[in-house]
Write a new protein. Structure first.
Length: 261
């Protein structure tokens, strides 16, 4: 699958997949939502060995990670010898780490050019307000990763490479920040409606349904029918951009599903 294609929101019964945002969009969204990743550099002390570090980051307009790091840190010393590195960003696992999304950004890390420092500082401090306490220390400096490749994993069986250009040109999903609130509301107050929607719009018969992810094109469900637990995806009637749009289209879908039952 190329990065520009829509990833398949698979059904477990062999029916065609439901379109969803591309891997590039999903990788960019995951990186956007994150605040901290695991930076792997190549050890200067033990040549060829990866060296892992917890690393706060921000993103610039092209999705490139920005770091504020000290010259005393081992990862900074590693980067001075070898700029190649990777940054692993993981989604909140919710008790199932292998089922959660994650993205690995591979690239070369170097000092941010003087012309970009003001913007870099602004973006970083927007994400990490407490860094104001040490941002001006003499031994700290801003670094940026120039991405050469991206690997995205969306859960079990959903994975693939995303080329650097597709990643940089993608935009975070417009529901990225509103998503958790939408999931919480639907699962707490409208679980019965999700069962109706799944049956009417997705052909997914279940006694219980839980919304597990939402994006501009639709949403994923974890469904249960008797002892069988399975997943499915349902498209919205139209693309949504805000939580208000999402609420309106879900109300419409529930109305149609109830009218057909």
């Amino acid at each position: 699958m190329s990065a520009g294609q829509h990833a398949g929101g698979g059904h477990d019964d062999g029916r065609p997949p439901v379109p969803e945002p591309s891997y590039a969009e999903r990788a960019r969204t995951l990186a956007y939502l994150g605040r901290t990743g695991s930076l792997s550099t190549l050890s200067r002390k033990q040549a060829g060995f990866p060296f892992g570090s917890v690393m706060p980051y921000a993103l610039d307009s092209r999705g490139r990670p920005l770091f504020l790091i000290s010259t005393m840190a081992m990862h900074t010393q590693n980067l001075a010898s070898e700029p190649r590195a990777s940054l692993l960003i993981t989604q909140d696992a919710g008790g199932d780490p292998l089922g959660a999304g994650r993205v690995t950004l591979l690239g070369k890390v170097g000092l941010v050019p003087a012309a970009d420092l003001a913007e870099c500082r602004r973006l970083y401090l927007e994400r990490h307000e407490n860094a104001r306490h040490w941002v001006d220390f003499d031994d700290f400096a801003f670094y940026r990763m120039e991405i050469v490749d991206v690997y995205f994993v969306g859960g079990f069986g959903v994975m693939g490479w995303v080329d650097a250009l597709s990643y940089s040109e993608a935009e975070p999903d417009p529901l990225a920040e509103a998503g958790p609130g939408i999931l919480s509301h639907m699962n707490a107050d409208h679980a019965d409606a999700l069962v109706l929607i799944a049956r009417h719009f997705g052909g997914l018969a279940a006694g219980q349904a839980k919304m597990t992810a939402v994006d501009r094109l639709g949403f994923h469900l974890r469904l249960q029918q008797g002892d069988r637990v399975f997943g499915g995806r349902v498209n919205f009637l139209r693309e949504v951009r805000t939580s208000e749009d999402t609420r309106a289209v879900l109300v419409e879908m529930v109305r149609q599903a109830r009218g057909a039952s």
